[in-house]
Design a protein around this ligand. Structure first.
Ligand SMILES: Nc1ccn([C@@H]2O[C@H](COP(=O)(O)OP(=O)(O)OP(=O)(O)O)[C@@H](O)[C@H]2O)c(=O)n1
Ligand SMILES: O=P(O)(O)OC[C@@H](O)[C@@H](O)[C@@H](O)CO
Length: 439
């Protein structure tokens, strides 16, 4: 049984991870031309025992989204990938179908896995050829199959392209990384037998690529012992097809989420990727522009790139499609209509389907009267707005500060606004949503 879900026709959501060029974020995937069909098998049928958690790691959530959804997104946004087969345990088929529908993933099919990783991958390869349903659909068969563990979410387009082209040429290609620890052989009694010369060995990682014929034939010919105990597809290609894989050293981002600590590391990487920059909207106010300039200066010390714009009109509307963090400065105006308009624009742009968007309302009081004692700002109004925004995965926070003629005091307030802003953007905590914080 498999479930097809092509999902609604929508533009690929921008990615948040670098394409492989250092520091360049991939708001849009670089267009590459691949003139043959490429499909992907994502084995996700394991139980993740080594995390010690009840929930299999591929379904553990980060910022409200399961790990596997991040991996699927990485592949679905590449125009040269024609289809993705996710292989999950039978009891998770419905869960995976729900994830695909909830996050509007495209080009994805779900098929049942097997008792071992190899069996799961084989089921995925069969599905690509239409055999999982009992009829061979030769026309759908891809030229190249990328096999990638679903728990390796940080794969870069550049590297996928390299593996794909090498697999097309060579029949098989695989990612490798230098060994971090020396590999030793042990005796039956648990003593050292010998150690391997580390420089001669590499860690085999994912993604791997194969021509469809090679991986199909390899699995058709392999033994029950291979299915039960094997962990290396490249070995099957060599052993049963005489195809010697091209090995390509990949970036450190290829690591596999295996232990509980890896989940924390993955969440930190995702949060880092979402908090690289922010956009300050001043509404054209001179006071707000002054504050924005001071915040930009303070941001430099906090490694956050701040862009200042008056509004989201014209060309500036592009920020709605590429920015994950917005700061709306209101001066002497405690009404929330400007924030409400921004939230409406973000909801209309459908920005927060895959990642929570942060909106921070900075209320600058220049009138001299304390905006607290004057009771000018209605915190309830902010909480109400924030609760509604949260339903669209938009996290709204408030910060209040007063203009001060004392330079030192003003600079301290500005720095405090920037520190609070950085923390809110980095953590994206639902707990602080709707709060009016004081700088
Ligand atoms: N029967 C299996 C076992 C594993 N996998 C998948 O293969 C990938 C790499 O395997 P591994 O990291 O070993 O995952 P688990 O087997 O879930 O982990 P553990 O060994 O800790 O249980 C994972 O995406 C896992 O879901 C699979 O599709 N089918
Ligand atoms: O062995 P595990 O099941 O933890 O993970 C699978 C890994 O072995 C595999 O992803 C790479 O070694 C490449 O084959």
């Amino acid at each position: 049984m498999q479930s097809d879900n092509c999902g609604p026709d929508r533009p690929a959501h921008p990615g948040i991870f670098p394409t492989g060029e250092a520091g360049k974020s991939d708001h849009e995937p670089a267009e590459r031309s691949v003139d043959f069909p490429v499909s992907v098998v994502l084995p996700a049928g394991g139980t993740g025992e080594r995390t010690g958690l009840q929930t299999p790691k591929q379904f553990c959530s980060f910022l409200g989204r399961p790990l596997i959804s991040y991996t699927v997104q990485t592949f679905e946004r590449l125009s040269w990938i024609q289809s993705i087969v996710v292989v999950v345990a039978k009891e998770h088929m419905d869960l995976m179908t729900d994830i695909i529908q909830r996050f509007q993933h495209r080009k994805v099919r779900v098929v049942p896995g097997g008792s071992t990783r190899h069996r799961s991958i084989w089921n995925g390869v069969l599905a690509l050829g239409g055999e999982a349903e009992g009829e061979a659909a030769a026309g759908d068969r891809p030229k190249v199959v990328i096999i990638h563990d679903a728990v390796r979410p940080f794969v870069e387009e550049d590297f996928l392209y390299k593996i794909t082209m090498a697999a097309k040429e060579q029949g098989a290609a695989g990612a490798i990384r230098p060994l971090v620890s020396t590999v030793i052989a042990t005796t039956a009694e648990g003593y050292l037998d010998h150690s391997l010369e580390r420089a001669k060995y590499r860690a085999s990682e994912m993604p791997q690529g194969f021509t469809y014929d090679v991986i199909y034939q390899a699995y058709q010919r392999c033994t029950e012992s291979d299915f039960e105990f094997g962990t290396e597809c490249l070995h099957l290609a060599l052993q049963y097809c005489g195809t010697n894989a091209k090995l390509i050293q990949g970036p450190p981002t290829l690591w596999k989420v295996t232990y509980k600590r890896d989940l924390a590391a993955a969440e930190s990487i995702i949060k880092d990727a979402l908090s690289q920059s922010a956009c300050i909207i001043t509404g054209g106010s001179a006071h707000a522009a002054t504050l924005a300039g001071a915040l930009q200066k303070a941001a430099g010390a906090l490694d956050t790139e701040l862009e200042v714009i008056p509004d989201l009109m014209g060309e500036n509307a592009s920020y709605l499609l590429k920015e994950w963090n917005f700061i709306r400065v209101s001066v002497n105006c405690s009404c929330l209509s400007e924030v409400e308009a921004l939230l409406g624009d973000l909801e209309a742009a459908d920005r927060a389907l895959l990642h929570p968007v942060v909106v921070i309302w900075v209320h600058l009081s220049c009138s001299g009267e304390s905006s607290i004692s004057g009771g000018k700002v209605e915190p309830d109004g902010l909480m109400e707005l924030a609760s509604a925004a949260k339903l669209h995965n938009i996290l709204l926070y408030g910060i209040q500060l007063q203009q001060s003629k004392e330079i030192e005091r003003w600079e301290r307030s500005v720095l405090k606004v920037m520190e609070i802003t950085s923390a809110l953007i980095r953590e994206r905590s639902p707990a602080l949503v709707g709060q009016l914080l004081q700088a």
